[in-house]
Ligand binder design. Structure first.
Ligand code: SF4
Length: 699
């Protein structure tokens, strides 16, 4: 490999002479010398040659004098100085000099620095953001419509995270708001961004890489107990002797589900803002734990005591090793180096699978040759229903056949745009005594404990809720549902469904199972999960050992096609059955996927070989975007009639139509009726049998 010359553009603390008009925290986001050394070590680790350039002014001077050394690429972490486009200085100069640049481009850097614009773009990608208003003058502060009631939070519109924030940024009334706006106008010479004040926990998610990007573990930040403001944001105003650690708190619990939600939102925001290679997304929670995106920083610090340093320590490796991986990903994006493929053990890790899910047509292109219709539908349906697929499931697709039954279940098609017929065909919301508890029968409920799935099926009955933040079950809401179950003694059978309950961490699921088991009248707990099909690595030995503690537990999973019966899926079902858990299957009858006798027979017999009992096959429901999947009920009945007598009886699921009044079995009328003292029936092969049949009067 020929070593590459990689320029480093950065601003060190003290690299710009201070001006009298500078804000007190003007250099708050510049880097220490150790950062540059760590980056040099990372570049050398990759076998390349680091070349120090300095700050954007030094870069400009070298270009102007024709003294810029030959560079194969440059890594930009320079913040620039003053003005809304300062972060774009270096990438614009590098672009003009024809040097490919690692890190986001000039437009993304300007856009993300302007927090008001960034919030608007990110909220368009269905990422929750704070209510907000831009207020540019003191008069405006006295009269403008406010985004919410007091307290409000006031910050400069285009400064980094920790700049311009003081304890007085949280304002309780109009006078304080006017003072805060006046300060931002006077000290920072820009409008203020005024947001609803979010008093809850604060998190930061680092995202790295491309095609697809991945979220690194979430880092929780301490909050100043007095003000509820993030301690890191207040650091720039702290005096050297002012130790905030004794009055900082870390509220809230970073559960695996919350971590998954934050990672998902961070990836959405990263994509929405066209970030590349690396960035850091900051979030804060409201009083109820609802997450809001605050800002994206595509120039995060690489300082040893910054987030990357913390993440490297968590992973037990040197900072340089983590930075080398990030740089290698950027070089690969630029076509300058090959990046190592995921290892087999990574692919078998369900967390890795969740982090590396496919979310765009470009991601999908790594697995299949996408059609124009698929690409157009992915774009057109982006706001209607989530497009997310696990790499495991995507690898089952036929790359050349758009009619592949795996592909059709999860890849959008423009046919979905043609039938807007509603979102809740079973009237589940009306059947919910409390949020996400659906009661159709007297003795059992479907309890939608989670709105997340590993992937999203185009035919999903619960399109209205899966992946939608409004349907997230906060712990408080789960507790309310548990209270309702506790107070309703008729309920003996609880189906945990969603979304998918196995997207929960083991700890979260165990918390729920323990609460349910403590309710004496709950006899059976069932889990409705598609993860044995779509992400079988989730069914770990640890999960099964945990489930065993809460018997009787039953699992119903959801295979639709024999291609899904992989060795990995069989191993997942085997682990469950060895843990004493009966596993059943509920499929959906879908046109072009499993609406043929031979396909259905292969599916059902394959399931039985895996010790999975075919339980129900549902008629596809009438809901938006699913008309092209629907099969006439008469044909469905014929398919299951054709199986009768031609395979084991327990390999034939009951074909049912779900209705707001419960499930209705759909079957060929084998019972023809009574004829005198006999009942007339039809055998599987159409022959008629007359069976002597007593009447009640004979008894
Ligand atoms: S896994 Fe189940 S709940 Fe999730 S999208 Fe697919 S069908 Fe819907």
């Amino acid at each position: 490999m020929t070593p590459l010359a990689i320029g480093l553009v950065y601003d060190l603390l003290g690299s710009y002479p201070r001006q009298p008009s500078d804000p007190p925290d003007v250099d708050a986001e510049y880097e220490p010398e150790q950062t540059v050394r760590a980056l040099e070590a990372a570049i050398r680790r990759l076998g390349h040659q680091p070349v120090r350039i300095g700050n954007p002014e030094a870069l400009l001077a070298r270009i102007g004098k024709g003294e810029l050394p030959p560079l194969d690429a440059a890594l930009n972490i320079a913040e620039g100085r003053g003005g809304r486009n300062r972060e774009a200085w270096a990438p614009v100069l590098l672009e003009m000099a024809g040097v490919p640049t690692l890190g986001s481009d000039a437009l993304t850097l300007s856009l993300t620095l302007d927090k008001a614009w960034a919030l608007t773009l990110v909220s368009d990608a269905a990422v929750p953001v704070p209510k907000r208003a831009v207020i540019g003058t003191v008069d405006g502060a006295k009269s403008a419509a406010l985004p919410s009631s007091f307290p409000l939070f006031v910050k400069p519109r285009w400064e980094g995270t920790s700049k311009g924030i003081t304890a007085a940024s949280k304002v309780a009334d109009r006078d304080a708001l006017a003072r805060a706006v006046e300060r931002i106008r006077r000290v920072y010479d820009q409008p203020a961004l005024v947001e609803e004040f979010l008093p809850g926990a604060e998190y930061t998610v680092t995202v790295v890489g491309n095609d697809p990007p991945r979220a690194l573990p979430v880092v929780q930040r301490a909050i100043d107990a007095e003000t509820g403001i993030g301690v890191h944001a207040l650091e720039a105003e702290a005096r050297p002797d002012d130790d905030r650690s004794d009055r900082s708190v870390v509220p809230g619990e970073l559960t695996p589900e919350l971590e998954a939600q934050l990672a998902d939102l961070a990836l959405r925001a990263y994509t929405a803002l066209d970030c590349v290679d690396f960035a850091r997304a900051d979030f804060k929670c409201d009083r109820d734990g609802g997450v809001r995106f605050l800002e994206m920083n595509p120039l995060p610090t690489f300082a040893p005591d910054g987030t990357f340093g913390v993440l490297a320590e968590l992973e037990g490796r040197p900072l340089e090793a983590l930075l080398a991986e990030v740089i290698a990903g950027g070089l690969q994006r630029l076509g300058l180096a090959a990046s190592p493929a995921a290892t087999d053990s990574q692919r078998r890790d369900w967390h890795w699978q969740m982090r590396n899910r496919i979310r765009s047509a470009d991601d999908l292109e790594r697995f299949v040759r996408t059609t124009a219709d698929e690409r157009a539908a992915i774009d057109a349906l982006a706001d209607r229903f989530h497009f997310v697929i696990t790499p495991y499931y995507a690898a089952l697709m036929d790359p050349d056949d758009p009619d592949c039954p795996i592909r059709r279940q999860v890849v959008p098609r423009s046919a979905e745009l043609d039938d807007p017929v509603g979102w809740d065909p079973l009237d589940e919301v009306a059947h919910s005594p409390v949020k996400n508890v659906i009661r159709v029968y007297p003795d059992r409920i479907a309890f939608c404990v989670n709105n997340e799935c590993a992937l999203y099926c185009r035919f999903c009955l619960r399109k209205r809720m899966v992946g939608e933040p409004d349907w997230t079950m906060k712990k408080r809401e789960l507790a309310t549902a548990l209270d309702w179950i506790r107070a309703t003694p008729e309920i003996r059978d609880v189906l945990l469904t969603g979304g998918d309950p196995l997207v929960f961490s083991d700890d979260r699921l165990e918390w729920l199972l323990a609460k349910l088991r403590a309710i004496p009248h709950v006899e059976i707990i069932r889990l409705g999960t598609r993860l044995p099909v779509t992400l079988p690595y989730r069914v770990t030995d640890e999960l099964c050992r945990m489930l065993e503690r809460y018997h009787p537990i039953w699992v119903n999973t959801h295979f639709n096609h024999p291609k899904e019966l992989t060795p990995e899926a069989a191993a997942a079902c085997d682990r469950l059955t060895r843990a004493g858990i009966p596993v059943g299957n509920q499929s959906v009858l879908m046109a072009g996927i499993n609406d043929r006798v031979d396909v259905m027979k292969q599916l059902c017999e394959g399931l039985v070989r895996m010790r999975v009992r075919p339980y129900y096959c549902y008629q596809a429901q009438m809901l938006e975007g699913t008309a092209h999947f629907r099969v006439p009920i008469e044909r469905g009945i014929e398919i299951f009639r054709a199986l009768r007598g031609r395979t084991s009886g327990f390999a034939i699921p009951q074909y049912v139509l779900d209705t707001p009044y419960g499930k209705v079995p759909l079957a060929h009328p084998y019972l023809r009726g009574r004829d005198g003292d006999e009942v007339v029936v039809e055998s599987y092969d159409g022959r008629i049998w007359r069976e002597p049949n007593p009447t009640d009067d004979d008894a």
